[in-house]
Design a protein around this ligand. Structure first.
Ligand SMILES: C[S@@+](CC[C@H](N)C(=O)[O-])C[C@H]1O[C@@H](n2cnc3c(N)ncnc32)[C@H](O)[C@@H]1O
Length: 206
């Protein structure tokens, strides 16, 4: 998977929008590693939740030019940056400024991608819509993630795949068990130690 051009982005904008980091690139590497599986699915609709700079969904759109790509972010400036990243890289994308997937009703996506705010913080730090929404994950760093897990059965197509980045502090096994109760199998696609953080990408599917 090619890395999208980012030269259009003014570095100062990263005071307001999450700057692509090791976690963003691990997610792209996970999608790349799973390309044969994804290609066999011939996805029609893809959604990235919390797209930030737009680097991940744009990389996906570049690899799958026939897939309709959508993204959401609670941070309006992130939505603006995502759209410009897609345009600069000739990817057709619809961007929606919203909380997780709240406005999608009966939409079924073949691929859903999420690099959530995963840092363990106080609950009171969660729920903003500025740069703090990039990292503040509340209890276990899972407060935002767990809300999306509940929405997955409503928005993922029966044959779809959901890619989720987590760190060890998020207790990935608990997430696997929560999703198993909803009828999803899971697979660890990739793991990487980044300084003191053990990052991994899980895939969920029926
Ligand atoms: C860790 S950053 C990841 C950004 C980008 N996907 C990447 O990998 O570089 C998390 C993103 O999720 C967004 N976010 C946090 N809470 C959200 C929510 N409730 N609904 C939608 N987006 C949210 C943040 O604004 C931020 O852009």
């Amino acid at each position: 998977m090619d890395t999208p051009y980012q030269s259009h982005i003014n570095k100062n904008d990263f005071d307001y929008v999450y700057e692509p980091a090791e976690d963003s690139f691990l997610l792209i590497d996970a999608l790349e590693k799973d390309l044969p599986y994804l290609k066999a699915k011939e996805p029609i609709f893809c959604l990235e939740v919390g797209s930030g700079s737009g680097i991940v969904v744009t990389a996906f759109g570049m690899a799958f030019p026939k897939t309709f790509c959508f993204s959401t972010d609670i941070n309006f400036r992130a939505c603006e940056m995502t759209l410009s990243t897609a345009i600069q890289n000739n990817v057709l994308l619809d961007v929606v400024n919203m909380n997780l997937v709240s406005c999608f009703v009966n939409n079924k996506f073949d691929v859903v991608i999420f690099n959530p705010p995963y840092v363990v913080t106080d609950t009171t730090e969660c729920g903003g819509c500025g740069i703090e929404a990039s990292w503040a994950g509340g209890v276990k760093g899972r407060e935002v993630t767990d809300k999306l897990l509940d929405a997955i059965p409503k928005i993922l197509s029966p044959n779809g795949a959901f890619y989720l980045l987590l760190i060890k502090d998020n207790i990935p096994l608990e997430v696997v068990q929560l999703m198993s109760k909803k009828g999803y199998k899971s697979e660890t696609i990739i793991t990487r130690q980044v300084r003191n953080e053990q990052q991994l990408v899980l895939k969920f599917y029926k």
